[in-house]
Design a binder for this molecule. Sequence first.
Ligand code: CP3
Length: 325
Amino acid sequence: MRQAGRSLPEYRAMRGGGSILDAIADPALTAELTLQPVHRYGVDAAILYSDIVVPVNAIGFGVDVQPGVGPTVEQPFVQESDLRRLRPLEPEVDTPYVLDAVRILTNESPVPVIGFAGAPFTVASYLIEGAPSRTYGRTKALMSGNPDLWFRLIERLADLAISSLRSQIDAGVAAVQVFDSWAGALSPAAYERFVQPATRRVFEAVSDVPRIHFGVGTGEILHLMADTDCDVVGVDWRVPVDVARNRLGPDTVLQGNLDPAVCLGPIDVVEAEVEDILRRNNGHPGHIFNLGHGVLPETDPAVLERIVHLVHEISPDLNCQWADG
Ligand code: CP3
């Protein structure tokens, strides 16, 4: 449950004001914020408290993360000379605090810790648009208008993701998740040509740990996202779990897919939706229950607590099975 912390009063108290990019410079604080949802909700894994724009910011691209808005970039990526602003990441020098936080968590976390990176397309979209976008117009215009520059950009972002993920694995994370949150904006043909090869290279470089591939609104490209050498495919609530499994076959592990907005409704409706997802999964061992996207900040923590409890109650034998391999 990404951004589960945001619903917690203890998160807001400990986090204080300012940018998340400043907060994560303190590894002890990062470790505590990572574990807050584990302690409060009893989830089976922790996701490192960080952000997908941390590596590009660490090499000096100039990114800000504004609460309630998301990442913004002062000087967006427009032309070939901007490639010079994307040098290789040296994780031990550029993001030592991330690795220190992982090392603390490797000792202290009662559950497996998931490391992560932004997928090349989604990070590129932030660098090119400069701010959250509805249309991804500039990003798509770069793909079609200057494919050569597009490929050089996303191959560079793939290298950044690989360096970051490898360093998190070396520091002790048990699994990795690659967030291509906005890939659903692309047609299948555009995804296959302009995105899939770079993303596949990322997954191939981290094949020694379980690898989760996540996106939103990706129903029509799920088969292409699955075909990237990943182990688990995230599905949002727009595609029911049984329909996703029909599309991808019985051997694909799925993660999902409660609509985060359902958590704002009456508790009996929340419970019915959770039961429906588990019924559609029909006891298949290849399922990681999750929300289809991040927790909405106004969510009542008691609702999330109830969801975790209910999932454990209904599928007790399956708890944490994937973490043991
Ligand atoms: O769940 C966690 O808290 C783990 C850490 C985490 C954050 N961002 C912290 C964060 C993770 C895994 C992310 C990934 C991330 N960041 C994604 C991919 C996952 C997804 O939800 O699609 C994306 C697209 C981003 C970019 C980004 N950063 C967005 C869209 C936002 C939200 C803006 C908002 O407030 O609605 C952020 C800011 C952000 N990243 C917050 C947190 C806890 C909230 C603001 C803050 O506390 O500073």
